[in-house]
Design a protein around this ligand. Structure first.
Ligand code: AMP
Length: 210
């Protein structure tokens, strides 16, 4: 099963991608996480991507992002399938992805700006497990991950100014992507403002019944 998850920052798409990838036993691939890991490893491309693009809330160019994505999904652990979390983000990336592989469903988790801003005030993330804590999910020990017990961090690009830019870019690009998948008949739309469990069930019901 090959899925793409679309949604504004803070819609819960990363949380849902993780939960559903575990249920379907497929890989969860977040291009944002791949970029953050590359920067942490002091990889030159990773540092350039941070300094010029994601650190400022801008998209990393399509050619770089597509190359990194293509390499990742060609690994053996992706043979059973994957969920792409945060890819594609432009029509160019949609077209590039179609040249690489065929997608079964595109899941659009929508949420409104007011709710997103509320969620961001409390959002903390585990860099190791990629679990996002915030509204609706509080760590048992404040500031530490429930699973690996490492210290939770506030993402560098989660500050209000950069978030505004990330949201603008998302809304500037998303309509043609959603339209594309709708026309292909593989779009699943879910309201991300519902409780996490309800969002998960709606996504799974749509996948199983289509
Ligand atoms: P995310 O963790 O999905 O919020 O992504 C963090 C940042 O990584 C984004 O704000 C972008 O700068 C960059 N990024 C992630 N995925 C893509 C993509 N598909 N295309 C371009 N830039 C991306």
């Amino acid at each position: 099963m090959k899925l793409v998850f679309l949604g504004p920052p803070g819609s819960g798409k990363g949380t849902q991608a993780k939960l559903i990838s575990e249920i379907l036993k497929i890989q969860h691939i977040s291009t944002g996480t791949l970029f953050r890991q590359l920067a942490e490893e002091n990889n030159s491309l990773g540092i350039e991507a941070k300094e010029k693009y994601w650190g400022k809330g801008n998209l990393v160019p399509d050619n770089i992002t597509t190359k990194i994505l293509k390499e990742r999904i060609s690994k053996p652990d992706c043979k059973r399938g994957f969920i792409l979390d945060g890819f594609p983000r432009t029509l160019n990336q949609v077209n590039a992805l179609e040249k690489i592989t065929e997608i079964d469903f595109a899941v659009f988790i929508y949420s409104y700006e007011k709710e997103i801003l509320k969620r961001f005030e409390q959002r903390l993330q585990c860099n190791s497990c990629n679990i996002v804590y915030g509204l609706g999910k509080t760590p048992k020990k404040p500031g530490y991950c429930d699973e690996c017990h490492k210290k939770l961090i506030k993402r560098e690009d989660d500050n209000p100014e950069i978030l505004k830019q990330r949201l603008k870019i998302f809304y500037d690009n998303v309509s043609p992507i959603v339209k594309h998948y709708k026309e292909k008949g593989i779009l699943i739309e879910v309201n991300g403002e519902q409780p996490t469990e309800k969002v998960k069930q709606e996504i799974l019901n749509n996948i199983y019944n289509n």
